[in-house]
Design a protein around this ligand. Structure first.
Ligand code: ADP
Ligand code: GN1
Ligand code: MG
Length: 370
């Protein structure tokens, strides 16, 4: 790391979380699109250990205290629950580092907010499933996570991002961004805007069913990408669901759908060659099997019926969000090259189109596992 001020901010954050510790090294880590994540190694009480230190993205999360209250509440609940089931709480849930009770957030001289977790050693974080078993495992982990939280007092959770999966609002934001066209990019994306406009009505279905009481509100993770699960390096079993920033009351369709969007696609979410973008039905099958196993039969018939729709909805929503960010000048998602958000949006819409063609097969697969 060459950035001197950042180096100092990291050292100060380590001094807050480990008043008696000595930082040995720190480096940027992982492929998250939102927070600044660092792997730090430090000596504390004569032992060398590694930690994940994160600077919270305050453009995305504008109430870090509320966000940390959610994470603290959920991780301590999960820890108690796992212990009561004789499971390994130190490994199967994230644990916040607190130098004193309740002190899990450090605010630096610039107003940046930091938190710290033990680095889960001997784990793997996958950007793409290498086998159907990998995806099935991630499904089991997210299903289990939702199951473990099924009695969590949902009303105590803050909305860390209000209207996060309110797809019709996401579509409205896209229309506004296209009308404003602050970066003169709208003319390049006319066919993508048309693609979304043609599907506008179908974007509201899940929320209508929620309003009508046909779908239950649950405690959901809301960001169920494969790289938000850690796998045991030796057994290749999923051990821990991470990235708990968006835990909020939501629909099971969101968690199922987002995981399919990312993990059951034959290509990465930013694949430039659209001929390679397609839903893999074998990966869809594997995830469905694992997810329903983890949930131990707790979904309603209506939720099961709508799982394929959830996959379509989350893929459309993510494409809409990438496209909006492109039109707004790439201010939300981290990007690696100019036009990255546009490439991502094109890939998501291509995937949504393929999902439309495979709806019947997806329904049959869900039918086989219910
Ligand atoms: P973002 O919100 O930016 O996606 P994440 O919380 O998902 O941030 O963290 C980014 C990456 O850091 C993860 O994908 C994973 O590779 C790694 N990571 C996060 N927490 C841990 C942990 N406790 N142990 C090991 N790796 C972790
Ligand atoms: C972001 O934080 P990360 O990289 O796990 C985003 C998700 C998107 C995803 C697209 C808080 O997830 O909603 O689906 O990128 N998280 C937030 O890859 O907006
Ligand atoms: Mg993440």
């Amino acid at each position: 790391m060459n950035d001197k001020p950042l180096d100092i901010l990291i050292q100060n954050a380590c001094a807050f979380f480990f008043p008696e510790g000595k930082m040995l090294s720190a480096a940027s880590y992982g492929n998250g699109h939102i927070n600044d994540t660092f792997l730090v190694s430090l000596e504390n009480k004569r032992e060398i250990s590694r930690y994940i230190l994160q600077r919270i993205n305050q453009h995305v999360f504008n109430d870090p205290l509320a966000l940390m209250e959610n994470i603290s509440g959920v991780t301590s609940y999960l820890s108690r629950k796992l212990k009561s089931l004789n499971r390994d709480a130190a490994r199967e849930t994230l644990t916040l580092i607190e130098p004193a009770p309740g002190q899990n957030l450090y605010t630096d001289q610039e107003g940046g907010c930091w938190r710290c977790f033990p680095f889960l050693e001997n784990t793997l974080c996958l950007e793409q499933a290498e086998s159907e078993a990998d995806l099935q495992e991630s499904g089991r982990a997210f299903g289990d996570f939702q199951y473990l939280l099924s009695e969590y007092p949902a009303h105590t959770l803050h909305q860390s991002i209000p209207y996060f999966h309110h797809t019709p609002r996401r579509y409205q934001a896209l229309c506004t961004a296209a009308e404003t066209d602050a970066f003169g990019r709208a003319s390049q994306v006319v066919s993508l805007l048309q693609f979304a406009a043609l599907r506008q009505e179908k974007l509201s279905l899940a929320l209508h069913l929620l309003e009508d009481g046909a779908l239950p509100l649950r405690v959901t993770h809301n960001d169920t990408k494969l790289n938000n699960v850690l796998f045991d390096r030796f057994t290749r079993k999923a051990v821990c669901v991470i990235d708990l920033d968006t835990i909020m009351p939501g629909l099971s369709l969101y968690d199922f759908g987002d995981a399919i969007r990312f993990g059951a696609s034959a290509a990465p979410e930013d694949e430039p060659d659209l001929s390679r973008v397609a839903l893999s039905l074998s990966l869809f099958d594997a995830y469905t099997k694992g997810y329903l196993e983890g949930l131990q039969g707790s979904l309603t018939d209506k939720e099961l019926d709508l799982l394929p729709y959830g996959a379509w909805l989350m893929t459309m929503e993510c494409g809409i969000r990438f496209l909006t960010d492109y039109l707004e000048g790439d201010i939300y998602f981290k990007t690696a090259f100019p036009g990255h958000n546009l490439t991502r949006a094109k890939a998501q819409f291509a995937l949504a189109q393929d999902i439309e063609k495979k709806e019947q097969e997806m329904k049959e697969i869900v039918g086989n596992h219910r």
